[in-house]
Design a protein around this ligand. Structure first.
Ligand code: PGA
Length: 237
């Protein structure tokens, strides 16, 4: 079954997130998909409540590697797990752009697994890296570095290929092009790892990704924050 994860970024108030989560719960009923929504930290409890009893799972957008201590503003993986979260997005390009390093991403992946969360490790090249012909090298490095501290025995892992130039730009990666990178990724991760595509996925193009055997699902930002578009996308599964 393919996986759909909605990354709501910092778009929604807690009330709006809870309302949209209820819509997702309703739409997911008829969708042949595993569905998860990742709201802001502050909305995790409200969204957990809104999706209770439905098939929609909860995800967080980030998490910290230490379990406890003097880390002002950070949220531990164990605290995320306690909200009912199943997934945690790690290494999103919007965080990498703010200074998150491969080392930090590696610590977060390891901490997520240790806490019993499924990390959604995001990898992807910038436009400059693609133009320089280093797409594969960048993806290889981000995967190798991101997974280097993790105990992968029996680990459940999701990897999202999200070319940075495709995120929030309306310029989605051509499906065949994404499939090529997915094949590369699949050869570098443990068997059973699901590989999602993300970057300007919307109701008009989602079917083209889902039709590819290399693509196990999608990580969707902007379009997933709109109830009508969210419903339209889930209807494609
Ligand atoms: P987008 O974002 O769908 O708005 O391009 C995807 C993501 O950042 O996960």
């Amino acid at each position: 079954m393919k996986l759909f994860i909605a990354n709501w970024k910092m778009y929604l108030s807690d009330d709006a997130a809870a309302a949209l989560a209820s819509e997702a719960a309703d739409a997911a009923e008829d969708a042949n998909a595993e569905v998860a929504v990742a709201p802001s930290f502050t909305a995790l409890a409200a969204v957990a409540h809104a999706i209770a009893g439905s098939k929609v799972e909860l995800g967080a957008q980030d998490g910290f590697w230490e379990e406890k201590g003097a880390w002002t503003g950070e949220v531990s993986m164990t605290n995320l797990k306690a909200t009912g979260a199943h997934f945690v997005i790690v290494g999103h390009s919007e965080r990498r752009a703010l200074g998150e390093t491969d080392e930090m991403v590696a610590q977060k992946v390891a901490a997520a697994l240790k806490a019993g969360l499924t990390p959604v490790l995001c990898v992807g090249e910038t436009k400059e890296e693609r133009d320089a012909g280093t797409r594969d090298a960048v993806v290889r490095r981000q995967l190798a570095e991101g997974l280097k501290l993790a105990d992968l025995s029996n680990a459940t892992l999701v990897v999202a290929y999200e070319p940075r130039w495709a995120i929030g730009t309306g310029i989605a990666c051509a499906p065949e092009d994404a499939a090529e990178t997915h094949r590369l990724i699949r050869g570098l991760v443990p068997e059973g790892t699901r590989v999602l595509y993300g970057g300007s996925v919307d109701p008009s193009n989602i079917g083209r990704y889902l039709g590819l055997p290399e693509v196990d699902g999608t990580l969707v930002g902007g379009a997933s924050t709109d109830a009508a578009k969210l419903r339209a996308m889930l209807a494609v599964f």
